[in-house]
Design a protein around this ligand. Structure first.
Ligand code: G
Ligand code: G
Ligand code: NA
Length: 256
């Protein structure tokens, strides 16, 4: 409860920081975009990772105003980066959406406002929803995702394969991108099963018209195998840890 009260204040005072993890185009080697990852700059405890407060934010509903702050910050930041480093295609940014945010009737308005106020083009924004959230209420979530896709933003299914899911939902999933859970990336080149699963997911996603991001790329051999498999994008410590905005700008400068 103390944490919840602290979190309420954090939302009022905007004590959040947003870090950014690069996502790389594996086929060209170019930087493709950045994933926004929230941190809490707690006045006494210092910088906290999401696992220390996102569960409480979820339970209390504070994840809704928190998520709005993160979305607004990420859109503003992406516009600054795109201005400083113009290129084609423009740098993409993606933001995590909680189940609570997805179920809000005003979500479409919140996203539209964040785009308008920042001047970011909808095609530069991606929204990530975790697989377990999606399959928890598939009909309602499909409708919600259709509404936000109508704005022109990209939708990604996050942590694909991490839950007890069935492949049948992919038929109805209105996502542009599948993000393969890092537990599969881990075994690439080491476990024949993981290698086969990732290859199959890449092929299946492509047949269904989606692109694929491999999460948790940590070593060179994983990057090489993923490229050979035709995986579109990679994200992980091999490329970069999540970086504060200044560090992300340095990464951007060095990647261009
Ligand atoms: O940053 P880190 O790698 O520790 O992130 C851990 C998890 O926290 C991520 O998998 C992501 O699902 C969640 N997370 C990070 N940022 C946000 C955010 O802005 N909103 C929500 N709802 N979850 C986030
Ligand atoms: O849940 P989500 O996939 O959105 O969050 C990404 C999480 O994974 C963050 O906590 C981030 O710090 C972590 N992460 C990012 N890259 C790597 C990696 O290469 N290896 C591992 N083990 N974790 C990673
Ligand atoms: Na994510």
């Amino acid at each position: 409860l103390e944490l919840e009260n602290d979190l309420r204040r954090a939302v009022e005072e905007d004590e959040f920081a947003v870090h950014y993890q690069p996502i790389v185009n594996l086929q060209t080697g170019e930087l493709w975009g950045m994933e926004a990852l929230v941190r809490w700059d707690h006045p006494e405890r210092g910088l906290l990772d999401p696992d220390e407060f996102v569960p409480v934010a979820e339970e209390s509903g504070l994840v809704v105003p928190m998520g709005e702050l993160v979305l607004e910050e990420a859109c503003r930041r992406a516009v600054v980066w795109q201005r400083e480093l113009p290129r084609t295609p423009p740098l993409a940014v993606s933001v995590n959406l909680s189940g609570r945010q997805l179920r809000r009737p005003d979500l479409q308005d919140v996203i539209r406002r964040a785009l308008e106020e920042s001047g970011l083009s909808a095609s530069s924004l991606g929204l990530d929803i975790t697989e377990t959230v999606y399959i928890g209420a598939m009909d309602a979530n499909t409708a919600a995702l259709d509404r936000i896709k109508a704005l022109g933003v990209r939708v990604s299914l996050d942590d694909f394969g991490s839950g007890y899911s069935s492949l049948s939902y992919l038929k109805r999933l209105p996502a542009d991108i599948l993000k393969v859970d890092k537990s599969f990336t881990k075994g690439l080149g080491l476990e024949a099963e993981d290698t086969a699963i990732v290859q199959t997911v890449v092929d299946l996603a492509h047949i269904l018209g989606m692109e694929v991001v491999a999460e948790g790329v940590e070593v060179d051999v994983q990057e090489t195998l993923l490229r050979e498999m035709g995986c579109d994008f990679g994200q992980g410590y091999h490329f970069s840890r999540p970086l504060p905005p200044e560090g992300a700008l340095e990464f951007l400068n060095s990647a261009y």
